[in-house]
Ligand binder design. Structure first.
Ligand SMILES: [Zn+2]
Length: 323
């Protein structure tokens, strides 16, 4: 055996050991110093919930997740909060897992335990920070496997929760002109039309859909039609704001991953309203109102498994540029 080969082998062994590193720690949510937990340090809220921190390396990144299980009602959705700076989404997930059962998976942006939160995970050995919702890739499956470890069979409903910058950039929309004095800067709005998104706006605009940024995003395969999106008929019947996302190739988001793996999935978005108690409460209430509708219209009935979206033909994920 050559010296070079020996060095290569030892390097491979070392990287395999790093890849397998996984630390699981039970956590007391009432003594956690991180902002998400500190804001919710109410014993009544956490009664019956167990919290576990999961840390692992995958490829070039170090990841830290929190898993929160409803011990009394383990059946229920997977509530996914990928972006650590979307604080109302974390709160809505905790309230939702209490009310409806299931499991929360929330990504803690690994380098800012004490500092301001970021959307991106900057704890990487090399290269750019990673968006936790663009990292669901079949060619590096460890991350997706860890997030979805509790999915079960048949898979539970996945509800992803987000907050976003207000409004949208009218210049990137193919819909008509924006409302007068509209000054959005985000990318998520039921006013946005593009090659990717087709909006279905709430007819009556009742709260929380008096706000164009409170929307469900439902993906459907490019080989099919919008009606193939999971639960789209139920959500439209409930007069929700819906952005119908046409997916040709996966962008690494969980919504696209779920579509290609035929997992039941709904994504809920609302405008970020800051971290004052009022702002968090307003955004959280809008998310919870949408969650209520999703549970009403899309959640499985006991004894019946969910039907994944009907697909016109087999589809294969391929890489796509970021949108
Ligand atoms: Zn987000």
């Amino acid at each position: 055996m050559t010296k070079a080969l020996l060095i290569l082998l030892s390097l491979l062994t070392a990287s395999a050991a790093v890849a397998q590193q996984r630390i699981v720690t039970p956590v007391d949510p009432l003594t956690m110093g991180t902002d998400d937990f500190a804001r919710l340090a109410d014993p009544a809220l956490w009664d019956g919930l167990t919290v576990t921190r999961i840390e692992f390396r995958d490829d070039r990144a170090f990841w830290r997740l929190y898993r929160i299980d409803n011990a009394r009602k383990p059946d229920g959705p997977l509530w996914f909060v990928p972006h650590d700076n979307e604080n109302a989404a974390f709160q809505a997930a905790i309230y939702a897992v209490r009310a409806y059962g299931g499991q929360v998976i929330a990504v803690e942006e690994a380098r800012s335990v004490d500092g301001p939160d970021s959307r991106m995970n900057g704890d990487v050995a090399f290269g750019k920070p990673i968006d936790p919702n663009r990292n669901f890739r079949d060619e590096s499956p460890a991350y997706a496997s860890e997030i979805l470890a509790g999915l079960g069979q048949p898979p539970r409903l996945i509800v992803a929760l987000h907050t976003n910058e207000p409004g949208y950039d009218a210049a990137s929309s193919t819909c008509g002109p924006p409302p007068p004095a509209y000054t959005g800067k985000g990318e998520i709005s039921v006013l946005l039309c593009s090659d990717l998104y087709m909006p279905r706006r709430s007819f009556y605009g009742d709260w929380p859909f008096d706000d164009t940024d409170s929307v469900a995003i439902v993906s459907y395969p490019g080989s099919g039609g919008p009606g193939d999106g999971f639960c789209v008929h139920g959500l439209a019947d409930a007069d929700m704001n819906i952005m119908l996302e046409r997916v040709m190739t996966s962008d690494g988001s969980l919504s696209n991953f779920a579509l290609f793996h035929r997992l039941p999935y709904v994504n809920l978005e609302t405008q970020d309203r800051g971290v004052t108690p009022q702002g968090l409460g307003d955004a959280r209430s809008r998310l919870l109102a949408m969650i209520g509708t999703v549970m009403d219209r899309c959640a499985p009935i006991d004894g019946l498994s969910l039907r994944p979206p009907r697909l016109a033909e087999p589809i294969r994920p391929t890489r796509r540029k970021r949108r």
